[in-house]
Design a protein around this ligand. Structure first.
Ligand code: 5AD
Ligand code: SF4
Length: 464
């Protein structure tokens, strides 16, 4: 993932440019981490930090980490090794460089990080990002700071709103966290432990942030939550709102032409949310709805609280409401106890659903989760083989979906310049990048584009 860029805004910059400290942020993992990194950058900007994309010149290197699978955490530790060498080199030149670790590895490992990587100055968990400026002050004083307690106060009440200039520099699409944490306790997953229990932000906070984004030129907002469709809040009329009702409200904001949300749990797809897919043209026809496995025995062991048939019925209802919806999902192969027959059930479910996109992983035991303690761990070679077969099938479906779009005309939100000169990149309603001639429109325009060809997970098009 790219490091954050903050453009300097002279009017709002709290310090003269020469005196500004520099922060390099590197983000791992999910979109919520991307959003959190932006909010930490916003909090640091208010504290006089300017973003840099050059780690070597940073006064603060902040890694926003992910703990979802083994390799994610290991990558962080090896990165910390490299940064330690850089810090030592900077110290020889008389420069101070602080190292901070945020995110889910910070929450899960806490002080262990400083034990394993003593060059780290600051460890801060996702619930306490509003305390980052204070924690930094202590770290600059030479203290090793570990902030991983769940805060009593709401961090969103204390984090500064993004500056208009920052919103503009981040482009015409934006993330907006509406819900955090998870109470589902799937037996493979660390999220309920690293992100804590489910918390929903208030309607007023969410609407205000969405209006602010729209006023700065954002056209597409993706609502984020670990369990986003479990979001609930009190509407202005005092009644209880679910995510569907919230989407109806956000659809009224002028300028916000596209809405998305992720990630959902099948158990929380209620009637009003399905109605939102039926009634709101601005709610994009794409749904990431992880199922993880197709065998009822494994779904039960995973504590998913639904069967394969429940999931298939739900998708039928969603497709009845919005026939052009593209489905996306997550899968885990090799959960403890998974037999060949269980795995065939997963393949069968994938064939039945026909995904436009999907993510699939080998099961990785996470310390502290019930799955890690279960019997029947599956051999690595078996996991490899199953993953290969599953990914071959999912790739086939993804390619077929892309191919089915060739010759059709679709609405494309133009997002950014292309990698090649003369090109511009937009986004389809189903999330694929759409590559167009730069004369097709300006950034922020939604244009009709005729698909001429497919690339790897992308589309080529001409202005219709
Ligand atoms: N091992 C493998 N994959 C996992 N995921 C979550 N925990 C694990 C784990 N322990 C996957 C799930 C989830 C996605 C974000 O990561 O598929 O939906
Ligand atoms: Fe993890 Fe399950 Fe919660 Fe998703 S629903 S965050 S997989 S525990």
């Amino acid at each position: 993932m790219e490091p954050e860029q903050i453009t300097q805004d002279g009017a709002e910059a709290p310090q003269a440019a020469g005196a500004a400290k520099k922060v390099f942020v590197k983000t791992y993992g999910c979109q919520m981490n991307v959003y959190d990194s932006q909010r930490m950058s916003d909090a640091l900007a208010a504290d006089g930090y300017v973003a840099t994309s050059v780690m070597e010149e940073a006064d603060l290197v902040l890694l926003n980490t992910c703990h979802i699978r083994e390799k994610a955490a290991e990558k962080v530790y090896s990165e910390l090794g490299r940064i330690r060498d850089l810090k030592a080199e900077r110290a020889r030149n008389g420069d101070e460089m602080l190292i901070g670790v945020a995110g889910c590895v910070a929450q899960a490992e806490g002080r262990e990080i400083i034990r394993r990587a003593p060059a780290v100055d600051l460890v801060i968990g996702p619930q306490t990002y509003h305390r980052l400026p204070d924690a930094l002050k202590k770290a600059r004083g030479g203290e090793k700071v570990v902030e991983t307690d769940y805060a009593l106060e709401d961090k969103f009440d204390h984090l500064p709103q993004p500056r208009r200039a920052d919103v503009i520099s981040r482009g015409v699409t934006a993330f907006l966290t509406v819900q955090e944490g998870c109470d589902k306790f799937c037996t493979f997953c660390v999220v309920p432990y690293t992100r804590g229990s489910e918390v929903s932000r208030s309607v007023a906070q969410i609407v205000a942030e969405a209006e602010r984004l729209a006023a700065a030129g954002v056209r597409e907002v993706t609502l984020l939550g670990q369990n986003v469709n479990a979001w609930h809040g009190e509407g202005p009329d005092g009644s209880e709102w679910g995510l569907g009702r919230l989407l109806f409200r956000l659809a009224e904001i002028p300028g916000l032409s596209r809405l998305r949300y992720t990630t959902s749990h099948p158990r929380d797809m209620d009637d009003e949310l399905i109605a939102a897919h039926r009634d709101l043209p601005s709610l994009m026809p794409y749904l990431h709805l992880p199922v993880q496995a197709g065998s009822d025995r494994i779904l039960k062991a995973m504590n998913r609280k639904h069967t394969a048939a429940d999931y298939l019925r739900l998708i039928e209802r969603i497709r009845a409401a919005r026939p052009d919806i593209a489905m996306s999902g997550d899968f885990i192969v090799g959960f403890p106890g998974e037999t060949d027959a269980d795995f065939e059930d997963t393949m069968e479910l994938v064939r039945a659903v026909d995904y436009a996109q999907a993510f699939s992983f080998k099961y990785s035991p996470r310390p502290g989760t019930p799955g890690a303690e279960m019997d029947g761990h599956v051999a690595e070679a078996v996991k490899d083989e199953r993953l290969q077969r599953l990914q071959a099938l999912l790739n086939e479906q993804q390619n077929a979906f892309l191919a089915s779009l060739v010759g059709t005309t679709i609405e494309t939100l133009i997002e950014k310049p292309g990698r090649q000169a003369g090109q511009i990149v937009g986004r389809s309603p189903w999330l694929q990048p759409v590559i167009l001639d730069e004369k097709a429109g300006r950034i922020g325009d939604i244009v009709s584009a005729r698909i001429t060809n497919t690339g790897h997970a992308s589309l080529f098009a001409e202005r219709a």
